[in-house]
Design a protein around this ligand. Structure first.
Ligand code: G3I
Length: 331
């Protein structure tokens, strides 16, 4: 059975981030994506730099293509993302401090408005919390903080709700899962933000936990994460597992050893996190090792290609695929 078939019987949308160019040009990849996914997200094609290359220029072709593909296969779509401190177009740096609210509002109205009624959810704001930046409210020193002030997060959510009342609005972040001081601080700061948004009746429906994990790290996840998810459920918010991948950078070179350790980590993580009833979506960040970002961003010391996703570079299922399916089936 496919991940989406097993997911469907356990109240879970399953899918992955897609490389939109490969979806168009690599037919076996498109077939694999369609066979396993009930929800998709563009890895890059719906970010600011991809959609909004100049102040008065929007380029929607790639995003339109992904949405057409998804709708033709009756697959839901997540939007990623309407506000982030990275992957912004160059022209944004020319906006004067304090003049960014109108720019942010216009982008969200234009983009979320274009796909209104057709999106499962949006990552309205991505990675806005960074306690190491030293602010009492835990906000990251993002360009958006300079451009639009600390209320940029509320502005983004309110604008997104007005532009697409049917989409679930999500706050997405990483570095949340670990049993370590930094992850604990991040979880606390995110809860502070969520309580502030709820107190001010700002529209928000879900929290996205990216789940970029490292195989072989005994503190990659644990009770602190589960307490956090319970608190989120207590605020009537859904939990999306938005970018799951399990890097094998700390594992020995032997392929069978790496694949078994990665599969074991998928199993242990999902067995734990799927006990949380608020979890409604499970997306891996890519579906095949052929297109993982991990090979571009952080190579292994031995420079062997990463084997972090459920399918290998030849689209063959790896032990991680069976591990994911078993965990979902035991939910
Ligand atoms: O498309 C250009 C290509 O024309 C150019 O030749 C090449 C070299 O400069 O760059 C290509 O763009 C790259 C793009 O990925 C598409 O491959 C960018 O440089 C590169 O920065 C971009 O990286 C993406 C990164 O976000 C930044 O947007 C990764 O693929 C993507 O996996 C990663 O995803 C993020 C999530 O959005 C948020 N959570 C963390 C996650 C991993 O960093």
């Amino acid at each position: 059975h496919s991940l989406k078939a097993v997911g469907a019987t356990h109240g879970l949308l399953t899918g992955c981030a897609v490389n939109v160019r490969a979806l168009r040009d690599d037919k076996p990849y498109a077939g694999l994506v369609a066979s396993q996914s009930s929800i998709l997200v563009a890895e890059n094609a719906m970010k600011w730099q991809a959609l909004h290359p100049a102040p008065d220029t929007y380029t929607f072709e790639a995003a339109d293509g992904l949405i057409a593909f998804a709708e033709s296969h009756r697959i839901k779509i997540r939007g990623h993302n309407l506000c982030w401190h990275l992957y912004n177009p160059q022209w944004l740096s020319a906006i004067a401090p304090g003049q960014g609210s109108a720019v942010l509002r216009e982008h969200i109205e234009r983009v979320a408005g274009r796909y209104a009624g057709r999106m499962h959810s949006w990552d309205v704001v991505n990675e806005a919390i960074e306690p190491r930046d030293g602010r009492a409210d835990g906000l990251r020193n993002s360009p958006w903080l300079t451009l639009a002030g600390p209320d940029y997060i509320e502005l983004a959510f309110k604008t997104a709700r007005a532009a697409d009342p049917t989409a679930l609005l999500c706050y997405n972040d990483y570095g949340i899962e670990g049993e370590n001081e930094e992850a604990r601080r991040k979880r606390q700061a995110i809860l502070l933000l969520l309580h502030r948004l709820k107190t001010r009746a700002i529209p928000i429906d879900a929290v996205g936990i990216q789940c970029h994990l490292t195989a072989g790290n005994p503190n990659a996840f644990g009770p602190g994460l589960m307490d956090f998810l319970r608190e989120i459920r207590g605020m009537d918010l859904q939990v999306f597992l938005t970018e799951l991948d399990i890097n094998d950078r700390q594992l020995p070179a032997d392929q069978a050893t790496r694949d078994a350790a990665v599969a074991g980590t998928y199993a242990r993580f999902l067995d734990l996190v799927l006990t949380e009833p608020a979890v409604t979506c499970l997306l891996t960040w890519g579906i095949t090792d052929k297109y993982t970002w991990l090979n571009t961003e952080k190579a292994r010391p031995d420079h062997l290609p990463e084997r972090c996703l459920p399918f290998d570079a030849d689209y063959k299922p790896k032990p991680a695929f069976a591990a994911m399916r078993t965990s979902i089936a035991h939910r």
